[in-house]
Write a protein that binds this ligand. Structure first.
Ligand code: G3H
Ligand code: ZN
Length: 286
């Protein structure tokens, strides 16, 4: 199955595909092992920084082999691509999906670059995600901060503007901003599901993604998926779990063979991914 078929199946059957960020072989293993164990399709993604750390071509080659060896559907995504050139490099490296994040640009500039990305991507059967409202925060531990300081409701997605953007650019997926934030905060995040419903009505044939999948109230994530979210991005919960587990192992072990030291961190991160696969409803959907 290609990326469009994997997402279309989720769209039709009302579950979501987890979009899990990977920045090294350890987190890749955690995601792939979880997908295999739970027989779930996954979207593996890397931000520009993560992708360039591994290498876009190297990452695409690894995913090709994992796909063959593990027999689970995997979509490889460039997450929050910062420029046309970065998206172009990912497309030419063999990515299946690119997220052009022009949300910090003026609307018209975002619109014109996204249109160019779509033109190029669709020539290579690559899907494109677009974003018009900057989804605040960062994929890190903000648990000493109040999420309200990041959530100005007036910045939530305007369904009519989403419709205009999707119709003019032809993006396949739209990144909705309805109270979701990047990162983990002092309290659970809550979504404005009424706005999400209006976005769904405004762009009924476009995949909807939910960024900031860490730290959102589980029941509201389930409601959001029922409302039409087909892709949920997760990074912070994995990053924090990986780092804290590894730190504990390093403090307790004098071993210097990293492949032995990373085992617990990989397993702990894998269980984060497994919990999300259960929550998103994609278990046994291979
Ligand atoms: O693009 C990546 C995701 O939006 C990650 O969000 O770190 O809050 O899970 P998160
Ligand atoms: Zn994101």
């Amino acid at each position: 199955m290609n990326a469009r078929e994997i997402l279309s199946k989720a769209f039709k059957e009302h579950y979501a595909i987890g979009a899990f960020n990977a920045c090294n072989i350890e987190t890749l293993k955690a995601i792939i092992n979880a997908a295999k164990k739970f027989q779930s399709p996954v979207l593996i993604e890397a931000s520009d920084g993560e992708a360039n750390y591994i290498g876009k071509k190297e990452l695409a080659a690894l995913i090709r082999i994992y796909r063959q060896e593990y027999g689970v559907p995997i979509i490889l995504n460039l997450d929050h691509g910062v420029s046309f050139d970065s998206c172009k490099e990912a497309i030419e490296s063999g990515f299946d999906y690119v997220h052009f994040d022009g949300s910090k640009l003026p609307f018209d500039e975002n619109l014109s670059i996204a249109t160019e990305v779509v033109k190029l991507a669709h020539q290579h059967n690559v899907l494109v995600e677009g974003e018009i409202d900057h989804i605040e925060g960062s994929s890190a531990d903000h648990t000493k901060e109040d999420p309200k300081s990041y959530q100005d409701a007036s910045h939530y997605t305007d369904p009519e503007q989403a419709k205009e953007f999707v119709e003019k650019t032809g993006v396949d997926t739209f990144a909705s901003f309805v109270g979701n934030l990047h990162g983990l905060y002092a309290e659970e995040l809550h979504l404005n599901l009424d706005i999400l419903k209006k976005i769904r009505q405004a762009i009924p044939n476009t995949f909807l993604s939910l960024h900031g999948g860490s730290g959102i109230n589980d029941d509201e994530v389930k409601e959001a998926i029922k409302t039409g979210i087909t892709k949920v991005n997760v990074n912070s919960e994995m990053r924090v779990t990986f780092k804290n587990t590894l730190q504990k192992t390093l403090n307790e072990n004098s071993d210097v063979a990293f492949y032995k030291l990373s085992k617990e961190a990989i397993e702990a991160t894998q269980s984060v991914v497994e919990k999300k696969i259960e929550l998103f409803g994609s278990r046994n959907k291979v």
